[in-house]
Design a protein around this ligand. Structure first.
Ligand code: GLN
Length: 245
């Protein structure tokens, strides 16, 4: 009964505390009596898709993304295999951008992506920064996704790619379309840092439920007391509403 959490390149892509997402998933699993194995895949190491129940990749500066891109592309077949086997993926900001075809930075330099999701990102002249509130439909329910964003990139989703949610306050994918992130079945990309999962326990538990299912365990997780998490989320949502309506 061990849930295996794989973080891709955490030594480079964990900007704005994204590594906290790994800790939240691990702790919420342990609170349910599950054992947890943390398996970072560092630059130069290979992902074995058979050893993952959930995969996370965080955000980073342009230069960190450029350092990771070639390695991530080399892992694309393993990632495709894991995704096809039902392993959930959470990609945040720079990691989200690298799921797509390319990221073009403000100098015009293009960093190739893994091409796992039909999207591409072009940096704008300014950065989209601030608290963000997004309305997300997941697991048959509507949720407020809260956190903050800090990116130059403007992400354009391909025709068949659904957004993760719709912006209530903030910028999201491009500051214009009202779309935020992407979702293709169990692959979720988002610009929301925070880290994301402490204040969005419903998302953490959805990822954990998918990971349990992949591991052959029941996806029905015992409810936790999320009073503090939801109070923090409500405060963050109000901050976003006041700051960026
Ligand atoms: N470097 C990318 C951008 O500026 C991603 C930044 C991030 O991961 N926060 O858009």
């Amino acid at each position: 009964m061990t849930i295996r959490i794989v973080a891709l390149y955490p030594e480079l892509l964990s900007i704005y505390a994204d590594r906290g997402n790994v800790r939240v998933l691990a702790q919420r699993a342990r609170w349910r009596g599950l054992d947890v194995a943390l398996a970072p895949v560092r630059l130069g190491e290979a992902l074995d898709p058979a050893t993952a129940d959930v995969i996370l990749i965080g955000g980073g500066q342009d230069r960190d993304q450029a350092l990771v891109a070639e390695a991530l592309i080399s892992q694309a077949p393993a990632l495709r295999s894991a995704i096809a086997d039902g392993v959930p993926v959470l990609a945040v900001c720079g990691g989200y951008q690298l799921l797509g075809h390319r990221y073009v930075d403000q100098s015009g330099a293009a960093t190739p992506g893994a091409g796992l999701v039909d999207l591409e990102t072009i940096a704008g002249s300014d950065r989209l920064i601030g608290n963000v509130l997004v309305r997300v439909e997941l697991g048959g329910a509507e949720h407020d996704l809260v956190g903050f964003e800090n990116h130059a990139g403007r992400t354009l989703l391909g025709a068949g790619v659904q957004p993760f949610g719709r912006v209530e306050a903030g910028a999201g994918n491009d500051g214009v379309s009202g779309l935020e992130g992407c979702r293709v079945e169990r692959v979720i990309g988002t610009y929301v840092h925070g880290p994301l999962l402490p204040k969005n326990p419903w998302l953490a538990d959805q990822l954990l439920a998918w990971a349990c299912e992949h591991n052959g365990l029941s996806p029905d997780l015992q409810a936790l007391d999320d009073t503090l998490e939801l109070a923090a989320a409500a405060a963050a949502a109000e901050l976003a509403r006041v700051e960026r309506r």
